[in-house]
Design a protein around this ligand. Structure first.
Ligand code: BTN
Length: 245
């Protein structure tokens, strides 16, 4: 698939995802085009939440992707592959093990180092583009009480990172992996995802339909549903269950 791995750098923007989506609509983006911003004034998180990060100390990166056939057959594979790439990249850069908290948060221990927000663009009912928005705390030193479950790469390793260089490398890493995908990649993607699934085989407390309960995380299936087991086997769609940690 034709690619253009242009890496644009912006000083400040409301949200790199919104910016990238606007560029797609203007016809100024293609598969692999990326926008990085030093600062986001209105960063978006999953499920309508905001994403806050310290100016100049985090990766705010949005990559425009043209979904290949395998992703059209199983849309979750695209989300899973972006999460797998980010996890592997963070582990290799820090020498620490990272995990994916379902569906696509990046965790070190019990703390969140980053998150992913994928937004899709449909034209005439056809899934034309995905914008993979990646936020990673890099050089932030301290987190306030409301974000004490957050962590930065600096907090983990004590090192100071070149944020732009790191984002450029991550962009290349993701595009290399996207390019290598073929129609048989589904199992490899899901195995890599489930191998590093946060709390896999652990008992956790979840809430669904206003009821809290203990259950054991067993994995995530090809449709992106969380599978758990207690007295019964359960499966959850994203948005239908909350973690009570
Ligand atoms: C989450 O954890 O809820 C997802 C966070 C995603 C944040 C990134 S930062 C770059 C891109 N632009 C946005 O507005 N959001 C994503």
């Amino acid at each position: 698939m034709e690619q253009s791995r242009i890496f644009h750098i912006l000083n400040e923007v409301a949200s790199t995802n919104n910016y990238a989506m606007a560029k797609v609509h203007e016809g100024l983006a293609t598969n692999g085009t990326a926008w990085f911003a030093h600062t986001q004034s209105a960063g978006k998180g999953q499920r309508g939440r905001t994403w806050q990060s310290e100016p100049g100390k985090a990766i705010h990166l949005s990559i425009v992707l043209s979904p290949s056939l395998i992703f059209r057959v199983k849309a979750f594979y695209l989300s899973a592959l972006v999460a797998v790439c980010c996890r592997e990249f963070l582990s290799s850069k820090t020498g620490h093990n990272f995990f994916i908290k379902w569906p696509n948060d990046l965790y070190w221990g019990d703390r969140k180092a980053g998150g992913i927000l994928i937004e899709n663009i449909f034209l005439g009912g056809y899934w034309k583009w995905a914008v993979a928005g990646i936020g990673i705390n890099v050089n932030k030193m301290q987190f306030d009480e409301t974000t004490q479950r957050a962590v930065s790469l600096h907090g983990i390793t004590g090192q100071e990172y070149d944020v732009v260089a790191l984002a450029r490398e991550l962009h290349e890493y993701i595009m290399d992996r996207m390019e290598a995908v073929n129609e048989d990649s589904g199992k490899t993607i899901m195995d890599a995802y489930n191998e590093h699934l946060y709390c896999k085989d652990s008992k956790v407390r979840l809430r669904s339909n206003q009821a809290g309960f203990y259950t054991t995380i067993k994995g995530v299936n090809n449709n992106g549903q969380l599978l758990t087991e207690d007295v019964i086997e359960r499966q959850f769609d994203f948005g239908t269950v909350e973690w009570l940690l």
